[in-house]
Design a protein. Structure first.
Length: 120
């Protein structure tokens, strides 16, 4: 009985990862979350779709340096380094860190960070 309960628990915990691996997101997420956690601004920037929506403003690549400090704070980077993305009905993934929701979307170049908004 214990084995069955353990197997069921593992299935429930690992199912979201299995789904994410099927669409290629898992590999992207591993790379993005590691870069965010490490504070690797260049890598995070390379994994961002431009322009990206920063709350209600579209930000082009030259503005990334100005946005980096306020958006990717130490607390946000730590959260992104350990968070579990949630897939939405449109097939995008979101990570909620405090008051911010970070959205990741599939582009022609692969998965990219594409938007941040208020966690409502």
């Amino acid at each position: 009985m214990r084995r069955a309960v353990f197997a069921l628990a593992m299935l429930v915990l690992l199912a979201p990862l299995a789904v994410a691996q099927g669409d290629g997101f898992a590999g992207f997420w591993k790379e993005f979350s590691a870069a965010a956690k490490a504070g690797d601004k260049a890598k995070v920037q390379a994994l961002t779709k431009f322009p990206f929506l920063h709350y209600s403003d579209l930000r082009k690549e030259p503005a990334f340096d100005r946005v980096w400090k306020n958006l990717f704070t130490a607390k946000a980077r730590a959260c992104l380094g350990k968070a579990k993305p949630e897939k939405d009905k449109l097939g995008n993934y979101t990570v909620f860190c405090g008051e911010s929701g970070f959205l990741f979307e599939k582009t022609a170049a692969g998965w990219r960070f594409g938007e941040v908004g208020v966690n409502d």
